[in-house]
Design a protein around this ligand. Structure first.
Ligand SMILES: [Zn+2]
Length: 332
């Protein structure tokens, strides 16, 4: 306390440098297996359990049928959430060209919104304020528990809407990727699982793609909305911006695997060091939380249920009305 505004900002910069040096020391001492191998293994495992999922869906009894659903739901979420998130941050590989190959499978506009807006302007009003997640004309229970199930239908429509002004080649590539992906799922459901018609296969695909969409929407809003929001002209230094505007949720076996640590229990670390893979975020978490505690920097943590209760109780305030701006004065 007692520092002038300028001194405080300079302090934020040196704190960030100090923390980055500590984190770098840890990451440099790690092997390729830790830096990339663990996450590649999870992605490969997810792809390799998919055939079992399609075979199980061919069964007539309830237990293998539900297991098949779960397997395909997990496999789809690991690849489409964890995989494309890592690819969007170019953290799948050390090689630039490999990252380009991986990155080209994610929608260009999605990457732009996530990396260039959400990460660069975390909780800055009008830029990275998570307002893309707000659909204020829906009542709370519909938004929180019903609308997420429509996400597999909505995602391609939104993607097509977003790519219209992009170069023709990008439009063609995105459209072919969407069509090819859907066709492959339906083909496998008909050939391997024995579905009789295309509409029934299509519906089944949409259902297992929706397995994790409710927590997916929840997590995206729980970790930023309701925390400090900044104006573009008065945003604090990065370390304070992330400390005040990002929240970590507790670990959970399903979320660890399907969404990845950077989405769940290491979201603060991910916003500070977006190039790190999920496993590396987990490795540096003790360093970051210890550093924050040592320097009296807030380290936001809350449970899933407590956030859910908050969003149900204060839905209007958090999801309908414009958020209040936060000005951090005199904090260090
Ligand atoms: Zn990210």
């Amino acid at each position: 306390m007692g520092m002038s505004g300028e001194e405080q900002w300079a302090d934020g910069e040196s704190r960030m440098q100090e923390l980055a040096a500590l984190v770098q020391r840890e990451t440099r001492s790690c092997s390729w297996w830790e830096r990339h191998g663990v996450d590649w293994t999870i992605l490969t495992l997810a792809l390799s359990i998919a055939p079992a999922g399609f075979l199980l869906l061919g069964s007539d009894s309830l237990l293998p049928l539900s297991l098949g659903f779960l397997v395909l739901g997990i496999a789809h979420t690991v690849v489409s959430v964890k995989g494309s998130h890592l690819a969007s941050h170019s953290s799948l590989s050390q090689s630039k060209s490999w990252n380009k190959v991986c990155g080209s499978f994610t929608a260009e506009k999605g990457t732009y919104h996530h990396v260039k807006l959400h990460h660069a302007y975390t909780n800055v009003i009008g830029l990275g304020d998570s307002s893309v997640w707000k659909v204020p004309f829906f009542p709370r229970y519909i938004y929180l528990f019903l609308l997420p199930l429509a996400l597999p239908f909505l995602t391609p429509i939104v993607a097509i809407g977003l790519i219209q002004d992009l170069p023709v080649l990008t439009v063609i590539r995105t459209l072919s990727a969407i069509t090819l992906g859907m066709w492959a799922h339906c083909w496998l459901l008909i050939r391997v699982s024995g579905f009789q018609s295309l509409p029934s296969a299509f519906l089944c695909m949409m259902l297992y793609k929706a397995t994790f969409t409710i927590p997916y929407i929840h997590i995206n809003i729980f970790q930023h909305i309701g925390l400090a929001m900044f104006s573009p002209t008065k945003k604090p230094k990065r370390i304070y911006q992330m400390a005040h505007g990002v929240l970590n949720l507790p670990r959970n076996m399903f979320f660890d695997w399907s969404f990845g640590h950077s989405f769940i229990n290491c979201h603060v670390e991910h916003h500070l060091f977006p190039m790190l893979t999920d496993h590396m975020c987990l490795k540096v978490k003790p360093i970051v939380s210890k550093y924050f505690k040592q320097h009296n920097i807030p380290y936001n943590e809350d449970t899933y249920l407590s956030r859910l209760r908050l969003f149900i109780d204060k839905y209007e305030e958090l999801m309908v009305y414009a958020p209040q701006l936060t000005e951090l004065v005199g904090i260090q």
